[in-house]
Design a protein around this ligand. Structure first.
Ligand code: SF4
Ligand code: SF4
Length: 79
């Protein structure tokens, strides 16, 4: 299935609070425990971006405006 959206994280400003992890309906957000930011937090990341539905729950709930969501337009089917 083609991705319906894509998210980007401002890793340096993420405090690893996991709110976005808990509100993502497709459960594709996790904390990147292999790559700490300079504040000492493990920032949120998405590993299976093709499963993003572009709902923007994550961006709406993030208290620090760390997440940007791009929603793809659906292609119209030719008759
Ligand atoms: S836009 Fe929706 S599906 Fe995509 S990562 Fe955020 S909460 Fe999950
Ligand atoms: S809600 Fe925002 S600050 Fe919290 S882990 Fe997710 S991206 Fe980071």
């Amino acid at each position: 299935m083609a991705a319906k959206g894509r998210v980007a994280f401002d890793r340096e400003n993420c405090k690893g609070c996991s709110i976005c992890v808990s509100v993502c309906p497709t459960k594709i957000i996790s904390l990147d425990e292999g790559d700490m930011n300079s504040w000492g937090y493990y920032p949120a990341t998405v590993k299976e971006m093709d499963k993003c539905i572009g709902c923007a729950n994550c961006a709406v709930m993030c208290p620090d405006l760390v997440i940007t969501v791009e929603r793809f337009k659906e292609e119209k089917k030719e008759k």
